[in-house]
Design a protein around this ligand. Structure first.
Ligand SMILES: CC(C)(COP(=O)(O)OP(=O)(O)OC[C@H]1O[C@@H](n2cnc3c(N)ncnc32)[C@H](O)[C@@H]1OP(=O)(O)O)[C@@H](O)C(=O)NCCC(=O)NCCS
Length: 174
């Protein structure tokens, strides 16, 4: 298992992986129309290329025998609008998605460890993420790793379907 960074020329692979994993995670939780709109808006090739061209926007994936089986995204950006962070130096894990058939195999753990390594090396005080309130597998996974529920939430609508995400965080100096 190796972890690599997606490059601009990988836009099609990332677009497909992001589409497949998001669909599998959230199918049935919103209307088909909302799902189709979300998949197009966020994962169309032009949007993915734009994000990959941003040097501060990081997409890393696990490569197994030449196949991308899971990926994460983090982006170095100001988080001043998130008041619960109280201006702490914090890095958000913006996405973590693994193909269904690779769940429970340590892929997510490897990606998260990689992310935590970066955050520690770069002296962030804490890392944080949003997780859907009914995504119990992901919540269990994050808790297993050491994330805690902050008690704060934010809306994460899929099209016209309202959904609520919980903010989780982990302090790195513990
Ligand atoms: C979330 C994700 C990255 C976790 O990776 P994973 O390889 O599945 O994680 P693990 O198997 O190591 O851990 C999941 C834990 O949840 C448990 N679990 C599984 N289904 C569960 C459920 N319905 N309710 C509660 N816990 C559950 C598992 O038993 C396991 O705990 P254990 O190791 O103590 O047995 C992966 O499942 C995934 O990509 N899911 C789809 C995308 C997604 O939800 N991403 C997160 C967006 S915030």
């Amino acid at each position: 298992m190796t972890i690599k960074r997606f490059a601009l020329e990988d836009a099609e692979t990332l677009s497909q992986l992001a589409t497949d994993t998001f669909y599998n995670t959230f199918k049935g939780t919103c209307t088909d129309e909302d799902m189709d709109g979300f998949l197009f808006d966020y994962f169309n090739i032009e949007q993915v290329k734009k994000e990959l061209a941003d040097a501060e926007d990081y997409f890393h994936y696990v490569d197994i025998d030449g196949k991308a089986v899971g990926y994460l995204r983090y982006k170095k950006q100001a988080n001043n609008d998130l008041t619960f962070l109280e201006n702490r130096n914090a890095l958000e894990l913006k996405r973590l998605y693994v193909l269904d058939e690779y769940h429970g195999k340590g892929i997510a753990q490897a990606l998260t460890n990689f992310f935590l390594g970066i955050a520690k090396k770069e002296k962030y005080e804490l890392v944080f993420l949003g997780v859907w309130e009914h995504n119990y597998r992901a919540q269990k996974f994050y808790q297993k790793i050491g994330f805690e529920d902050t008690g704060h939430t934010h809306p994460f609508p899929i099209g016209n379907t309202p959904q609520t995400d919980l903010w989780y965080w982990m302090f790195l100096n513990k």
